[in-house]
Design a protein. Structure first.
Length: 221
């Protein structure tokens, strides 16, 4: 993980971790010498983040969701598997009858405050890298970014490729020209050379359903 993120994060950089969960990526960013804004709306996971990083001056914890505009959103909690809790009803519908997802259950809903990426930048400064992992809400997150940062990543799933395609399109509109991908938790880029938006879309579209999920990376140059 550290080797992967070292391609995007330098000592002293500011990083936004959108969907920080229990902070494994926060740990990697800190080992690379970055300042981190860890964004996580689930109260139980915020408690874990505060336990691990609450005393660190290099980590700021934002207990909010992120979307296209500030406000309040419904967060649907998967108590048995909190890492797939989501603000996207479409994600839950896509998972309902999908192979590998049928046992997942979202059993309760809570209202959480929502900020935009633009709002986070206004509050904390412009990051060098943004990592986005929000279970089907990634396109909504990117819709709230007006100006590109140096590089970013967003999660995709094969049950919602349309969200991945929308994110690629949004990145291209923001000016990102180089793309790469990584499957699951391999922490390895799939392409030796960076590709354009059409090529990464073709790659995403050709993945077998069993690939399940991964991340797409975009950078300006």
């Amino acid at each position: 993980m550290d080797r992967l993120y070292a391609q995007f994060v330098r000592p002293g950089d500011l990083v936004f971790d959108i969907g920080a969960h229990v902070g494994d990526r926060v740990g990697a960013f800190r080992r690379l010498g970055a300042q981190v804004v860890a964004v996580e709306p689930q109260p139980a996971l915020v408690k874990v983040l505060r336990l691990f990083y609450g005393r660190s001056e290099a980590v700021r914890i934002e207990p909010v969701a992120v979307g296209r505009r500030p406000g309040v959103t419904n967060l649907m909690i998967n108590s048995r598997n909190p890492t797939v809790s989501t603000a996207s009803q479409d994600f839950i519908e896509a998972a309902r009858d999908a192979s590998g997802w049928r046992d997942q259950r979202w059993t309760r809903t809570i209202d959480v405050r929502m900020m935009s990426l633009d709002g986070l930048i206004a509050k904390h400064g412009k990051p060098a890298f943004i990592k986005i992992d929000v279970e089907g809400f990634e396109a909504e997150v990117l819709a709230g970014l007006s100006n590109p940062v140096r590089a970013l990543s967003f999660e995709f799933t094969t049950i919602q490729r349309d969200v991945g395609f929308a994110c690629i399109g949004r990145c291209a509109a923001l000016g990102y020209t180089k793309f790469n991908g990584a499957l699951g938790e391999t922490q390895k880029l799939a392409h030796e050379s960076w590709v354009d938006s059409r090529s990464i879309s073709d790659w995403l579209g050709a993945l077998p359903h069993e690939a399940n999920s991964g991340d797409i990376y975009a950078k300006l140059d």
